[in-house]
Every structure is written in structure tokens, then in C-alpha cells.
Design a protein. Structure first.
Length: 369
């Protein structure tokens, strides 16, 4: 894995990333917004980018022990509308996945707000201030309130996010480095809302549920490779680079529920240094590895949203209030040039050429468009 912006003697410190690797918290608000037409709406959104950190501080300092965090992501269409070129090398609309049995839709979204804390009241207060600041400039597309379920379990009863990297490895997996230097310190995030058929799921025995996931339910131990089914959720979420190193993302998933609507689900939110890693995991799940060997969890879980965002560094997010801080510099490669392509370090995407090879094994010349 390429080192993400290592500090060097006499060199500028690396850009500070938004808190993409923080703990999920006990509560979270996942909010997706759409930018309304007009110059006034654009100006209001730019102003919010410049003031986002201050808004978080104004709420967070009231109860510092509540660990309030905010991550702001920007969608592809909004980036082009607000800032143009150059653009982050991996930024594009979420690519719909339509297999023989399962479908991952691509849904609209210009701005993602990922607010997390150890209490719902802190999430609410920051969301209130942000929506007040953006009143008349945005339309709410989707809002999910997640909660920590006992010892970090998903709605289906298994512990979630077990394989998240930690420490420096988490930064290496999520933070853009020298491969796209203008956007160093940034990250990419894909969000999907999944609804679970809990009646069908709970009709399975514990042993059969464990075969679906690839882990034991009570003590959260991964099954041995010669026991774990090839269509289990765990098996299909393992992707590797050319050297056989497993590639990781950081998940901040939380469950949600609404009894009046009969909705019980998981909000998937995956941060990655290169979105191709997450996209290949999803391709394995929805198309299959090999094609047709799809994730059995999808027999009980339906994706109803899907959006990709770029998460600027803290400094870049603030600078976007005044327009594109890199305007006039050479444009980054277009998504069409970089999607699914192998590259050498520093060429705009990570050196993960095996992603292209694995996609071709799935019958795809590049990640699905």
C-alpha cells in the first residue's frame, strides 16, 4: 500500500483528513442533500463548506465527552457545478449494479452529512444548525438515524465492521496521498441503505445464519476457509492487490429501525482511499465472484439507495468557500480514463491493478457504468 502523505523533514505537514476513521459512535445521522438551482443556492452551500468546522465546534464543545464528529462529502454533479476542473481522480456517480438476481441502484445526492456522537441530542443539534444554514439552498433526499446496537451488532444480530483496519493502516486505507496530490488528505465514501426481511432472516437457524455471513454469531469468529461458503458475505468482501495484500475500507455502518413503516435495516457507509476497492466488493456481492455466485445476504437485504461522494481534507473543505483552491492547475484524469485501470503509484489511483483483472474475471471490462 502506498504511504499516505508521509511527513518529511522540512516538508509541509500532510493535509488533515476529515474524521473518516473515527468510531461509529452510539448514534449517527446520515443525511443526503440535493443542491437546488440558482446562484444563491450555490453561494449558500459554498459558505457552509467554509463554516462546517465552526458549526461542529460550537455544538461539540458544549459536551466534549460526547465525541461529536462531522464528515462532509460532495457528489460528482455538485462538484462539477460548483468547482469544475480539476476534480478528484476517483469522483464519479455511483455505478448501478444489476445482476441476474440482485440490484444496487444509483440514487441522487449532492452532499453527504455524516454526523456521529455518543448521544442523539448532539447529532440532532448539529443537523439542526446545518439545515438552518442551508434553508432554501438544498432539498433533503434521504435521512437515516442510526444507533449502536448492543456490542456493535447489525440489525441481523452479527457484529459489524469487524475487519476495519486500525491506526495508521486505517489512514492508509482511506486517505488520498501522493497518487492525486492536489486532493491529498481527501477520501471517498459510498453510502447505501439496506432494508432487511427480518421475518425470513429470523426463520433461519443460527447455524444457517452463520453460513450466510461466514462468522459465528455469538463470539464473532470467522469461519475457516475450508468451511466458509464461497457465497458468504465475508468471503465475497475480500479483495486483494497484485501482491496478494488484502485491500481494506473503513465501515461506519449502523442499524436503523422504524416500526410504523416496518423498516429494519443497515446503513452502509464505507470510506476508501480509492472507490474502486469498495466498488469491487459490491460487484462481488451483486454480480458474483464468479458471476452468479452472489452474496447470500442479499437474499434477505435489499439496497434502496447508492451514492458516491468525495470527502475533501479539512483545509480544502474550508477553502472551497472561496471557490476551487486548485483552479487553473492541470485537470485530474477523467473518471473514464481511470475507472478500473491499473496504474503505477502517483498516477491518480492506487496501484491495484488486480481490481481490473478481477473485474474482467467477472465478465466486466471495467467496473459497471
Amino acid at each position: 500500500m502506498i504511504d499516505s502523505c508521509p511527513a518529511r523533514a522540512g516538508a509541509e505537514p500532510p493535509p488533515e483528513a476529515q474524521p473518516v476513521t473515527q468510531d461509529t459512535g452510539l448514534a449517527a445521522h446520515f443525511i443526503v442533500l440535493e443542491l437546488l438551482p440558482g446562484a444563491a443556492a450555490e453561494a449558500a452551500l459554498r459558505a457552509f463548506f467554509g463554516n462546517a468546522a465552526a458549526l461542529r465546534r460550537s455544538v461539540g464543545r458544549r459536551l466534549p465527552n460526547q465525541q461529536l464528529n462531522l464528515v462532509v462529502g460532495i457528489g460528482s454533479l455538485a462538484w462539477d457545478r460548483l468547482f469544475g476542473q480539476p476534480r478528484p481522480a476517483g469522483l464519479h456517480a455511483f455505478r448501478e449494479l444489476r445482476g441476474d438476481r440482485h440490484h444496487a441502484p444509483s440514487t441522487p445526492g449532492d452532499v453527504l452529512l455524516h454526523i456521529r456522537a455518543d448521544s442523539v441530542s448532539m447529532c440532532f443539534e448539529l443537523a439542526r444548525l446545518i439545515t438552518d444554514a442551508l434553508a432554501g439552498a438544498v432539498r433533503l433526499v434521504d435521512e437515516v438515524h442510526g444507533f449502536r446496537y448492543f456490542d456493535g451488532r447489525a440489525m441481523i444480530g452479527f457484529v459489524d465492521g469487524v475487519e476495519n483496519p486500525e491506526g495508521r493502516e486505517a489512514g492508509d486505507a482511506t486517505v488520498v496521498g501522493d497518487e492525486d496530490p492536489g486532493f491529498a488528505g481527501g477520501s471517498y465514501v459510498i453510502v447505501q441503505k439496506y432494508l432487511h426481511d427480518m421475518t425470513a432472516w429470523n426463520a433461519l437457524s443460527t447455524e444457517e445464519q452463520e453460513r450466510v455471513i461466514g462468522r459465528t454469531k455469538a463470539d464473532n469468529v470467522e469461519m475457516a476457509d475450508d468451511v466458509k461458503p464461497a457465497n458468504s458475505h465475508v468471503a465475497l468482501n475480500v479483495v486483494e492487490d497484485d501482491a496478494g495484500n488484502e485491500l481494506a475500507i473503513v465501515r461506519a455502518n449502523l442499524p436503523f429501525a422504524n416500526f410504523s413503516r416496518g423498516e429494519f435495516g443497515t446503513y452502509f457507509i464505507g470510506y476508501a482511499r480509492d472507490p474502486a476497492v469498495t466498488e469491487l466488493m459490491l460487484t462481488n456481492m451483486f454480480i458474483g465472484r464468479p458471476p452468479g455466485n452472489t452474496d447470500r445476504l442479499l437474499d434477505f437485504s435489499t439496497a434502496v439507495t447508492g451514492t458516491l461522494f468525495f470527502v475533501p481534507s479539512q483545509d480544502m473543505l474550508a477553502a472551497l468557500a472561496d471557490g476551487h483552491p486548485l483552479a487553473g492547475q492541470a485537470a485530474a484524469p477523467s473518471p473514464a480514463d481511470t475507472a478500473g485501470a491499473a496504474s503505477s503509484p502517483g498516477a491518480g489511483t492506487l496501484a491495484i491493478g488486480s481490481l481490473k483483472g478481477q473485474a474482467q474475471q467477472l465478465g466486466l471490462q471495467e467496473p459497471p457504468a
